[in-house]
Design a binder for this molecule. Structure first.
Ligand code: FEO
Length: 176
């Protein structure tokens, strides 16, 4: 049993996770257009992870007996000038997501909603890793600056990232 306020806020966040997935899919195509295949692959993995996050919220709301609502969203940005800008925007986006998750946890505490607190805990931990990864990449990109060889080396490293499916499934729908 979750309160109507909590249900609405979780539903809003579910939509935000879907928006995040679309942002990263757009970034993947942008990196590809720049000729940075490694980064394009990295953002595709990030897209897959966001779809998992989206499905986790979807599943939680459905398991709580709620009918989810897909909300109108703003257009997804698709213009970035550099690889550094892509990752600076990624970090800023993830920091915003972390703030929203903290607000959700506060709502759950206020509601004495232990189930939602437990559900949200996974996301809070995940955000630490996401922000840390983004900061590491930004630091490397700042070190190499405009050096094309350095950027290509980082791009190659980014291409090593693999999608790790959640236990019990390889695609979002299977986590249900
Ligand atoms: Fe779903 Fe990147 O947080």
């Amino acid at each position: 049993m979750i309160t109507p306020t909590m249900a609405e806020r979780l539903n809003n966040h579910m939509n935000l996770e879907l928006f995040s997935a679309n942002i990263y899919l757009s970034m993947s195509s942008c990196a590809n257009e720049m000729g940075l295949k490694g980064a394009a692959s990295w953002f595709l993995v990030q897209y897959q992870e966001e779809m998992i996050h989206f499905m986790k919220f979807y599943r939680y709301l459905v398991d709580q007996g709620k009918n989810v609502a897909f909300l109108a969203s703003e257009a997804v940005p698709n213009r970035y000038q550099t690889l550094l800008e892509l990752y600076e925007k990624t970090l800023a986006h993830e920091q915003m997501i972390t703030g929203r998750l903290n607000d959700l946890i506060e709502q759950a505490v206020q509601d004495k909603d232990h189930a939602s607190q437990i559900f949200l805990q996974w996301f809070i931990t995940e955000q630490i890793e996401e922000e840390n990864n983004d900061r590491d990449i930004i630091a490397k990109l700042r070190l190499v600056g405009d050096n094309g060889h350095g950027i290509l080396m980082i791009d190659s490293e980014l291409g090593q990232r693999l999608f790790t499916p959640p236990p019990g499934g390889t695609v979002p729908i299977q986590i249900m």
